[in-house]
Design a protein around this ligand. Structure first.
Ligand code: GLA
Length: 412
């Protein structure tokens, strides 16, 4: 993998050129037609890695329907790396015939028949991260193949590619343009992990979302194996990025680890404790506040009630999917306490009160400290309870590693 960390500034002229070429290929600047709210779905990587198969994806599709997750908004079933069988003499990618004997087209049909959408994965180099054939130099053919298969979403990785931003902008631009030329609406997800600051150029080249960090791990806090990050470490790296998100263009802090419970093939590091229920609930809260794409990655077929409750709380999901499309900013950092603030449509506001400390805390939040009007109707979203009108100062108990999620509506 090609993952040395470096900081760089993307040359403006290059981003502008990429934007021009995307427009020439028919893309709207900002890709605003697709993904008006952050995409939601399920991805195969974290829990299943190499065990992805058509049987598994079909079962997940059935489970999305049966559990009510589809109804809750989870729509894209995404096949991550290791689906590939190879590249044929005709130059086209084909899936592993053992794990995908009916082919991707049949799988897309199955998924579409259930009101769901299909995602697939490739890489902007000659190989993917798991050393499968990549799409570099085959962009037109691969985009056409994906479109013919009925694919609705492409995650495009960046292993084995050069480190400079110019090449990344060019390679992502080439695939974005190829996708547009197919005429099929395919959500395009940039996955270069952040070093080339994709928030500055990915929307301009025609992507709807871009990863902002290295891969998430099934842990609350810590950096594992050089670059894999816990939930809190990822959260810290979103500070300063809120201004880049909006309808059709989203920061992607990587997948949900909710409910993995230490069982992720690559994602649950041996010897590290998996997050607690409270910590998983905090990931969901913070991801929704940050208007993040919500891709569950656990085994939906066997999830417990707590996991189901976390993934399917309609009021929490509504914060993520709010049509205004604003990403929360960290409005207060006061030792272990943080206040995250997300403006919602119609003058509502979502707040997250995160306690990173080892013990429960009582926190007093003056509305004026976060530039809010003096009185609000407050609803506790996880408790599903109205707290009445709060004037001046809110006093909240916040457990260790908990995120209290509140929805404020104007008090008339
Ligand atoms: C990279 C990506 C992951 C996953 C793997 C697949 O690490 O960041 O999300 O797609 O590749 O090999």
């Amino acid at each position: 993998m090609n993952r040395r960390e470096f900081v760089t500034t993307v040359p403006g002229a290059l981003a502008a050129e990429a934007a021009r070429s995307a427009r020439a290929a028919g893309a709207e600047p900002g890709g605003s037609i697709l993904a008006p709210t952050p995409p939601m779905g399920w991805m195969s990587w974290n829990q299943f890695g190499p065990k992805v198969s058509e049987a598994l994806v079909r079962e997940m599709a059935d489970t999305l329907v049966a559990t009510g997750m589809r109804q809750a908004g989870y729509r894209y079933l995404c096949i991550d790396d290791l689906w590939q069988g190879g590249r044929g003499r005709d130059g086209r990618l084909y899936p592993d015939p053992k794990r995908f004997p009916s082919g991707i087209r049949a799988l897309a049909d199955y998924v579409h028949a259930r009101g769901l959408a299909l995602g697939i994965y490739s890489d902007a180099a000659d190989r993917t991260c798991a050393e499968q054939p990549g799409s570099l130099g085959h962009e037109e053919t691969d985009a056409r193949t994906f479109a013919e298969w009925g694919v609705d979403y492409l995650k495009y990785d960046y292993c084995f590619a050069p480190e400079d931003p110019e090449t990344a902008i060019r390679r992502y631009g080439a695939m974005a343009s190829a996708l547009r030329r197919t005429g099929r609406a395919i959500v395009f997800s940039v996955c270069e992990w952040g070093p080339r600051e994709p928030w500055l150029w990915a929307a301009k080249v025609g992507a709807q979302l871009w990863r902002t960090t290295w891969d998430v791990r099934d842990i609350w806090e810590g950096e594992y194996n050089d670059s894999h990050l816990g939930i809190l470490d990822i959260v810290d790296r979103q500070v300063g990025l809120a201004g880049y998100a909006g309808p059709g263009h989203w920061n992607d802090p990587d997948m949900l680890v909710v409910g993995l419970r230490g069982k992720g093939v690559y994602t649950s590091p041996k010897g590290w404790p998996p997050p607690t229920d409270t910590e998983y609930r905090s990931q969901m809260s913070l991801w929704c506040l940050m208007a993040s794409p919500l891709h569950a990655t656990n085994d939906l077929r066997t999830m417990d009630e707590v996991t189901r409750g976390i993934l399917m709380n309609a009021e929490v999901i509504a914060v993520d999917q709010d049509p205004l499309g604003r990403q929360a900013v960290r409005a207060i950092k006061d030792r272990a306490m943080e206040v995250w603030k997300k403006p919602l449509a119609e003058g509502h506001v979502a707040l997250g009160l995160l306690n990173r400390g080892p013990g429960a805390a009582e926190y007093s939040l003056k509305w004026s400290d976060i530039a809010l009007a003096p009185a609000w109707k407050v609803r506790d979203l996880w408790a599903g309870r109205d707290l009445g009108v709060v004037r001046g100062t809110l006093v909240a108990q916040v457990g260790s590693h908990e995120t209290r999620m509140l929805r404020l509506s104007p008090a008339s």
